[in-house]
Design a protein around this ligand. Structure first.
Ligand code: PEP
Ligand code: MG
Length: 566
């Protein structure tokens, strides 16, 4: 590995840490996507060229499917959904229209992709996030018609830090954690595909780093996936400090096992977020107390027709079984906005994040909810698992009661709601009246509290769950839960932040659900603080004026044994 320099003052840049851990290594820049050659001749045989474009898109789709076959669930679903873009007949048709105008095949693909990208960007939300996937499909298809290698990460010969404008899911999913020590991107956000996949794979990652792509290849950098700090040409001391921190962290984590507990034995269940059978099989072997969020829509992202009761029962059975008697909290389909499902599409919406998504869609299509609840009940019977079912995007007490009734009518014992709408948080004592539990979806709760699209990386500061306003809303939900003595968990990304986890517990949260790679540090942080200390930290965060102040206040008051290894 390249050795660190000792400049007087190294260049320090701050992005957003989205996957914990520190790393040091030389930069490998991911080449910008293939562009159509300036001297490409025009099309003289539009029909023949359209066949070539179709064939190229088919190869791209097949390649993405083949990659999906080797990836874990979350990556698999993202790759399959990207393959669907390549199979979209409209895309080939749009390229055909360009060819008919005499444009060459590579330019025709590019124009078709850009036409789609403009539409996606105009729609915002879910679609804007998919522009990276769409352009990746375009670049792959262009490479295919030109007969050159597909774009992507160069072959690595040593442990390296991968730096890119953004990473397409097809690239991120197949990274080798043994050679990719960290990921840095200029674009992306807290909930972008890069962030989710990097955390799932345990690779430290920083997104939204300005001028990331201008860092010269081969330059040594240190990356801190917790603080978002990237140091270019870091001094030896910093690299050594990171190395010590990693070693101390590994040692501390090895000594911290078992159920989540504060230092004074207050239980806080440590759970994992999963997206399907493979995630379940892997997570079940980890030292966790069960599943706090099974995103069932992830299983069906690429399905074009609604899955039957039998098909769903079999999938759920396979998810429940590996967890034995541990709890599995299942979320019913959260279709719409950033998670579109082809078979649950109610047509164009100007504002999908504020539209018929989550439970609202179940009200429009109760058949989908009933099929799913029946399958969940059957799988629960078959496995004897501790299954708890919750609804996404609940806003009112009536909705919660309606959902709970349907869950119980299907013979399922425990019904809950996700609290991700500020209105539901403020009225938690009514919303929770007819259900058994709630789970705070802090990704959406931050989006709706701060009126900031969660898919817009550049709005990350507003989406920061340390925003005191978001913490106030969480506190209100916890007060409502406490009044009724109903447990409240957290399953948004904030649950995996060790310092924020302390605040959440101080506010009254009794379970935390996160990517498996984040559980160890959260368990350790809890074990080093009493419940009373967590409450003090929560008070300090609530009284802060800004998100930064809240984090600083908690960091400086938390046990140094914990902050020293973060
Ligand atoms: C959330 O909104 O915090 C959440 C856990 O749900 P999702 O990220 O799937 O919308
Ligand atoms: Mg949500």
């Amino acid at each position: 590995m390249t050795s660190p320099n000792t400049p007087a003052s190294p260049e320090v840049r701050i992005g957003i840490g989205v996957s914990p851990g520190t790393a040091f290594g030389p930069v490998v820049q991911v080449a910008p996507p293939v562009r159509p050659p300036a001297d490409e001749p025009g099309s003289t045989d539009p029909e023949g060229d359209l066949e070539r474009v179709r064939a190229a898109l088919a190869v791209v789709a097949a390649d993405l499917d083949a990659r999906a076959a080797h990836a874990d669930d979350t990556a698999q679903q993202i790759l399959k959904a990207t393959a669907l873009i390549a199979r979209d007949r409209g895309l080939a048709k749009a390229a055909g229209a360009q060819l008919a105008k005499g444009v060459g095949p590579a330019h025709a693909i590019d124009a078709a992709v850009e036409q789609y990208a403009a539409q996606f960007e105009a729609l915002g939300g879910l679609f804007a996030e998919r522009v990276t996937d769409l352009r990746d499909v375009g670049a792959r298809a262009i490479a295919q018609v030109l007969g050159i290698p597909a774009p992507g990460i160069p072959k690595l010969s040593q442990p390296s830090v991968i730096v890119a404008e953004d990473l397409a899911p097809a690239e991120t999913a197949l990274l080798d954690p043994a050679l990719v020590v960290a990921i840095v991107t200029r674009a992306g956000g807290r909930t972008s595909h890069t962030a989710i996949l990097a955390a799932q794979m345990g690779i430290p990652a920083v997104v939204q780093l300005s001028e990331a792509t201008a860092i010269l290849a081969g330059t040594p950098v240190s990356v801190d996936g917790d603080t978002g700090e990237v140091v270019i040409d870091p001094p030896v001391e910093l690299v050594e400090e990171h190395r010590r921190r990693r070693a101390a962290r590994t040692q501390a984590l090895a000594a911290s096992t078992g159920p989540g507990r504060t230092a004074d034995e207050h239980p806080v269940a440590l759970l994992v977020n999963i997206g399907g059978v493979r995630d379940a099989l892997e997570a079940a072997t980890a030292d966790v107390e069960g599943v706090g969020l099974f995103r069932t829509e992830f299983v069906f992202l690429s399905a074009t027709t609604a899955p039957t009761v039998d098909q769903q029962t079999e999938i759920y059975r396979q998810v429940f079984e590996p967890f034995g008697r541990r709890r599995v909290v299942v979320r019913t389909l959260d279709a719409g906005a950033d998670k579109p499902l082809a078979f649950a599409n109610l047509g164009h919406e100007d504002n999908p994040a504020l539209g018929l998504r989550g439970l609202r869609l179940s009200a429009e299509r109760p058949d989908l909810l009933d099929t799913q609840l029946e399958a969940l009940a059957r799988a629960a019977d078959l496995t004897g698992a501790d299954v708890r079912v919750m609804a996404p995007m609940v806003a009112t007490a009536e909705e919660a009661a309606w959902f709970a009734r349907r869950v119980r009518e299907n013979g399922l014992a425990k019904a809950g709601v996700m609290i991700e709408v500020p209105g539901a948080a403020l009225r938690a004592r009514h919303v929770l009246a007819d259900v058994d539990f709630a789970s705070l979806g802090t990704n959406d709760l931050a989006q709706y509290t701060m009126a900031a699209d969660r898919m817009r990386g550049e709005l990350s500061d507003l989406l920061d769950p340390w925003q005191p306003a978001v913490l106030e809303v969480i506190a209100a939900a916890c007060r409502g839960g406490a009044e009724l003595d109903k447990p409240i968990g957290v399953c948004g990304e904030s649950a995996g932040d060790p310092l924020l986890a302390l605040v959440l517990v101080g506010l009254g949260v009794s379970s935390l659900s996160m990517a498996p790679s984040k559980v160890g540090l959260v368990r350790l942080a809890l074990a080093r603080h009493t419940l009373a200390q967590c409450q003090e930290l929560a008070e300090a965060a609530l009284h802060a004026r800004t998100a930064r102040d809240a984090l600083d206040a908690v960091r400086s008051a938390a046990n140094p044994e914990v902050t020293a290894i973060l």
